[in-house]
Design a protein around this ligand. Structure first.
Ligand code: PHE
Length: 346
């Protein structure tokens, strides 16, 4: 199984660690260093088996290569997955993170990392004790802090551009937007959408956190099981990937799919299925680049706040360009975005 996975992958390098006391597998996948050192987050999650974790890291690292190229950041793509049997806390978490940090540091300049699903700025502080290339440490520790609100801002601009393409106006005040997952990105996104006057529907597996947010911003809560088939203008997947697939696409009742999750499509053909269903899809690796633009821009490229803001707005312009290309060439938007990433990296 592992052999087949590795044989079938077009990336450059995989580094593996195993922490015996906790039973944690660690995979760092370096997909491409053609444009520069590989950059990508560190995800912590439980998987049914180690090969699922490796597969996830491979797919996510490939998405990072595309994300960096499409965003015009001179870095390659990589990703790390820390596959824990159960969420570790306290001393155990620190010990596992340090163990992982040694593994990441063994790659030296090659792998630059930051937060992702289930890792925080505090976790980045710990990893940075042993690895020199860590973005988004806490502000007390001279890092750039939580990238979530910046990812959300980029998605917000992307939703505007997508709504404009689908409906001929970028006004959000009469639009219904479903935000699925109200974590570090979904929450600030829902806040921006509500402020812009959209009718916001929220769904999350954590009843309490979704209820608190809904009450605060005046949104409605939708049970997680009802989210996919819900009638809305925009479906914004902001939790884990793979929610858009051959089974769910016929159930979708939205005009636009535009959210922050990585790897929203289960397979590339889903982009064509969406096009056939007349649903506009904002390619994930383009619309969710805001966190990377903020972190890499601030910490590596010397951008000030205005430059970051301009680049986040640019996510909307990039999507508009992709939609025009896709229409002109009769392509799915995912394929058009891959073309654009290639053209920006050659
Ligand atoms: N988790 C981010 C992503 O998938 C990667 C990232 C790392 C973003 C560090 C910001 C800072 O895009």
């Amino acid at each position: 199984m592992l052999e087949d996975l590795i044989r079938g992958w077009d990336g450059e390098e995989i580094v593996v660690g195993f922490d015996e006391p906790s039973g944690t597998w660690m995979f760092v996948c370096i997909h491409s260093t053609r444009l520069g050192p590989a950059g990508g987050g560190t995800r912590m999650k439980s998987y049914a088996q180690p090969s699922d974790a490796l597969q996830d890291a491979m797919n996510l690292s490939e998405a990072m290569t595309l994300k960096m190229a499409a965003a015009g950041i001179p870095f390659g793509g990589g990703k790390a997955v820390v596959a824990v049997p159960r969420p570790p806390e306290g001393d155990e978490r620190r010990r596992i993170l340090l163990r992982y940090a040694d593994l990441a540091a063994s790659l030296g300049e090659t792998f630059h990392t930051g937060p992702d699903v289930n890792t925080s700025t505090a976790d980045m502080d710990v990893i940075a004790e042993r690895h020199a290339h860590v973005y988004c440490r806490s502000e007390e520790n001279c890092g750039s802090g939580d990238p979530g609100p910046y990812t959300a801002r980029g998605v917000f601009h992307g939703i505007r551009a997508s709504v404009n393409h689908a409906f001929g106006s970028d006004r959000l005040d009469d639009r219904v937007v479903l935000v699925q997952g109200v974590g570090d990105v979904g929450r600030p996104l829902a806040e921006e959408l509500a402020t812009a006057g959209a009718r916001v529907l929220l769904s999350d597996i954590d009843d309490e956190r979704v209820g608190v947010l809904a009450a605060r911003i005046g949104a409605e809560v939708v049970p997680p099981g009802d989210a996919i088939g819900l009638e809305c203008d925009v479906y914004a997947p902001c939790a884990l990937g793979g929610t858009v697939n051959a089974e769910t696409i016929p159930e979708l009742r939205c005009r636009v799919v535009a959210g922050s999750a990585n790897n929203q499509l289960a397979e590339p053909e889903d982009s064509d299925r969406l096009r056939d269903a007349e649903i506009l899809y904002a390619p994930d690796f383009v619309i969710n680049a805001g966190g990377v633009l903020y972190a890499w821009g601030t910490e590596s490229l010397g951008w000030d706040a205005d430059t970051v803001e301009t680049r986040l707005t640019g996510i909307g312009d990039t999507l508009a360009e992709i939609y025009t290309r896709a229409d002109a060439d009769g392509l799915g938007t995912h394929a058009a975005a891959e073309d654009l990433a290639r053209s920006r990296s050659s």
